[in-house]
Design a protein around this ligand. Structure first.
Ligand code: PEP
Length: 258
């Protein structure tokens, strides 16, 4: 049995302005409290848009919520002439614990390469943030049976040169692109196949002990109705949740899967 604490992380994507963010955070807190959620058994985090982070910080610190939070992206640079980018230093100052790196909507929609993502992973650590490194294959790759090779190549490139003392804290999210926002959830066996292979790659790069401690999430149309079967797989340690994280009851149901 693994000692890894499951993590349920809600990726709000480009949804909810700061007023709506306040409402969702309050409702999520009440719903989890009503359900007597044990945060030491299942960690809960949200990844709001940048413009909501200050609001979320105020709520979390003011009301002493156990919900953690982070951003959906960061710049590889610390500061300077990078219009529109956000430094990890700013995110750290806003109390972020996590930052997503390499979500497929950034890899595909913004042309983010593994070289850039490697720099972003390193920038996250530099500022004391834990990266949630996303990886996953497109439908054509899966149809050709190339999902494991594809994802392992992403992991190897994105972690290039990352020392073990940093890699030990990383969170990896396996998100098959064909399952994101489509309602098409991967089977628990599909998820396990790739998550197990990712752990194997981490063992090859950093040793089995480190690999056994890293949390690997599954993401792609996770709901309260399918999360338990996915979580029953030995190498799945949580979920990165998009659409379903925008509804407090649904996300709380996912967090309370057991
Ligand atoms: C995501 O955006 O990371 C995601 C998994 O989305 P959804 O849960 O909506 O498929």
């Amino acid at each position: 049995m693994s000692q890894r604490t499951p993590l349920m992380a809600g990726n709000w994507k480009m949804n909810l302005d700061h007023t709506e963010a306040t409402h969702l955070m309050q409702k999520l807190d009440w719903t989890l409290k009503d359900a007597k959620h044990d945060y030491s058994a299942v960690e809960v985090a949200v990844l709001p848009p940048f413009t909501d982070l200050r609001t979320v910080q105020t709520l979390v610190e003011g009301d002493k919520l156990d919900i953690k939070y982070g951003a959906q992206d960061l710049s590889p640079h610390d500061s300077g002439a990078y219009t529109g980018d956000i430094s990890g230093a700013f995110l750290a100052k806003l109390g972020c614990t996590y930052v997503a790196v390499g979500h497929s909507e950034r890899r595909e929609g913004h042309g983010e390469t593994d070289e850039l993502l490697n720099a972003k992973v390193k920038a996250a650590y530099k500022h004391g943030l834990i990266p949630i490194l996303c990886c996953g294959e497109a439908l054509e790759v899966r149809k050709a049976g190339g999902q494991v090779a594809h994802v392992l190549a992403q992991i190897e490139a994105d972690l290039d040169g990352l020392p073990a003392e940093q890699a030990k804290d990383i969170v990896i999210a396996y998100e098959p692109i064909w399952a994101i926002g489509t309602g098409e959830v991967a089977t628990p066996e599909d998820a396990q196949e790739v998550c197990e292979a990712i752990r194997g790659k981490l063992a090859e790069l950093y040793g089995q002990e480190l690999a056994d401690g890293v949390r690997i999430l599954y993401g792609g149309s996770v709901k309260s109705s399918n999360v338990a079967d996915i979580m029953a797989k030995p190498d799945v340690d949580g979920a990165l949740v998009g659409g379903a994280s925008l509804k407090a009851e649904e996300f709380a149901g996912i967090a309370g899967f057991q």
